[in-house]
Design a protein around this ligand. Structure first.
Ligand SMILES: NC(=O)c1ccc[n+]([C@@H]2O[C@H](COP(=O)([O-])OP(=O)(O)OC[C@H]3O[C@@H](n4cnc5c(N)ncnc54)[C@H](OP(=O)(O)O)[C@@H]3O)[C@@H](O)[C@H]2O)c1
Length: 286
């Protein structure tokens, strides 16, 4: 199966790409990047490169030509204006899916986020829950992901796009500074507010399963490890002092951001290689 990957230069993509290339054998892997120089490392491993911006619809047919599938990882959410988040995460995603249908790349793995669930369920969120981004981390980013998901599911129902949606939890590991970056907001949380995580190795495992599994078109899967961590544990594991009074802060919703990984375990055989942050830390892979 020849695969186009977007977002290969990002935190998730750059750790997924080498793994995908190892798994791909004779299959072609192409990356759509904005800067050819930043794809040189992937080209050295055997990836083809197509240079373009996702928002430029003229670049999409060339990026997709000869491909059977797309793993769409790219997104705009790190410090970008709301209009850019919508243009990339919603509009460009749906344009890419339309172009994929036109070019015959019918399988479409979309990387989404657990932030689409919002708060207030009193239990871990499951894939059949209604989406509404009203959680502790809200805004144009989760909103645009919800709208993209809805558009893709419509393209599945009406036009036969073989879409598979991966809702990732907070991703860490393999030297990603993300956990340290999260301290900006985690220090303001209640001590026992929890964060659901997933290691890069397990994101790659999940994306491979979603890409390859037959007969799961239209399927949505939470991608998460087994053991959410409390804010205090994040601070302790990153060697950050616990602020005075943190234990007395009220907890708004104990289940905000917490998801069940039961579906992907049962239907696709996903088993986290790093079921907890502690396991990854013990293995030196944090
Ligand atoms: N990291 C997490 O904890 C997390 C959690 C849940 C879901 N996710 C999802 O995982 C995916 C990857 O996240 P990440 O952490 O790897 O993000 P990231 O580090 O910000 O990477 C974003 C990627 O998207 C590309 N991109 C952005 N705008 C583009 C455009 N207009 N045209 C072409 N490419 C564009 C970037 O390319 P440049 O390098 O050229 O900027 C980069 O490769 C996203 O879909 C995100 O929603 C991530």
């Amino acid at each position: 199966m020849h695969v186009l990957v977007t977002g290969a230069t990002g935190q998730v993509g750059r750790r997924f790409l080498p793994r995908l290339l190892r798994w791909s054998g004779q299959d072609r892997v192409r990356v759509l990047v904005r800067d050819a120089e930043r794809a040189e490392a992937f080209a050295a491993l055997g990836a083809e490169t197509h240079v373009g911006d996702l928002r430029d619809s003229a670049t999409l047919p060339g990026a997709l030509a000869g491909m059977d599938a797309v793993v769409h990882i790219a997104a705009a959410f790190r410090g970008v204006p709301d209009e850019e988040a919508r243009a990339v995460n919603r509009d460009a995603t749906l344009a890419l899916a339309e172009a994929a249908l036109a070019e015959g790349a019918r399988r479409f793995v979309f990387v989404s986020t657990n932030l689409v669930y919002g708060a207030g369920r009193g239990r871990p969120a499951v894939e059949t829950d209604e989406t509404r981004a009203d959680g502790i981390l809200r805004g144009a980013y989760p909103d645009s992901k919800i709208e993209a998901e809805r558009g893709l599911v419509r393209l599945h129902r009406e036009r036969g796009l073989d879409v598979r949606i991966a809702r990732l939890s907070f991703v860490y590991g393999d030297g990603d500074p993300h956990l340290e970056q999260s301290l900006r907001w985690v220090v303001d949380w209640a001590a026992h507010q929890r964060l659901q995580l997933v290691h890069h190795a397990d994101v790659a495992q999940a994306l491979r399963l979603l890409l390859r599994a037959p007969g799961i078109g239209g399927g949505i899967y939470n991608v998460a490890d087994d053991a959410p961590v409390s804010a205090v544990e994040v601070l302790e594991l990153t060697g950050t002092p616990v602020p005075d009074g943190m234990a007395e802060r009220p907890l708004a919703d104990a289940w905000d951001g917490i998801v069940s990984n039961r579906r992907i375990r049962e239907e696709l055989g996903f088993r986290p290689l790093y079921p907890s942050l502690r396991t990854a830390d013990d293995a030196g892979c944090r």
